[in-house]
Design a protein around this ligand. Structure first.
Ligand code: VGL
Ligand code: ZN
Length: 224
């Protein structure tokens, strides 16, 4: 592994894992061997992200009268520009700041496993799947732009290897933003699972590849 490679472990938190997670990703815990195999390798920087919402977060179905998780959505406007909007899927409450469900899964939560843990989704007004920034970017909201980009630049990182949960939401959006921002970006297939299962993964893979992200195997990373 060369020195300019970073590992980004996205949202491997109790609430995204079966059997008890509030927003459990099917087969989510199956990524753990791949995550640990990668953590055993040298990287210039190892970063975990943590979805970390206030109880009043706009993405929780419980905060919208009559809404159902997974099927309802709401239109969210950029608080700094009402003309910029996007449709946001509503979820069961998950990863509420300070709760057990927000914690990284056991084994990843110990000090020293990661160089940094980046929290996202902390602004109650907007969704933030990407570990870099909210989809509302015109103008960007300071409260929904993480320190991740600056961290990677400061460390001189050239390539980013991404794993985590969920493949069809935060992993996809983070990988696409990393590629868009100029990093060579790789998603390790064994290291992710989707809310929408295998069918979603087939589509998401194509979408990411179309946006410059490379989908690779764990074995491929071992040989880099
Ligand atoms: C995520 C849905 C809601 C994710 C976060 O980490 O992929 N998905 N919040
Ligand atoms: Zn979330």
């Amino acid at each position: 592994m060369t020195s300019k490679l970073a590992l980004l472990v996205v949202d491997v938190q109790e609430d995204f894992c079966p059997p008890n997670g509030a927003l459990a990703v099917p087969d989510g815990r199956a990524i753990l061997p791949a995550v640990h195999a990668l953590l055993a390798q040298p990287f210039a920087l190892k970063v975990a992200t943590q979805d970390y919402h206030p109880a009043k977060h706009v993405s929780f179905a419980t905060n919208h009268a009559g809404a159902a998780p997974f099927t309802s959505s709401v239109t969210i406007a950029n608080p700094a520009n009402p003309r910029e909007t996007y449709a946001s899927t509503l979820w069961p409450p998950h990863c509420v700041a300070g709760t057990r469900g927000a914690a990284l899964v056991a084994g990843l939560d110990a000090p020293g496993v990661f160089d940094t843990v980046v929290r996202k989704g902390t602004d109650p007004r907007v969704e933030m799947y990407s570990a870099f920034r909210s989809p509302l970017r015109d103008p960007p909201l300071a409260s929904a732009v993480s320190e991740l980009g600056a961290l990677l630049r400061r460390a001189g990182v050239e390539r980013v290897v991404v794993v985590g949960l969920a493949g069809d939401y935060c992993v996809k959006c983070s990988a696409v933003d990393a590629a868009e921002d100029g990093w060579e970006t790789y998603v390790v297939e064994e290291g992710t699972r989707c809310v929408g299962g295998e069918q979603a993964w087939a589509e998401v893979k194509q979408e990411m590849e179309g946006k410059g992200v490379r989908i690779v195997s764990l074995e491929w990373v071992n040989q880099v």
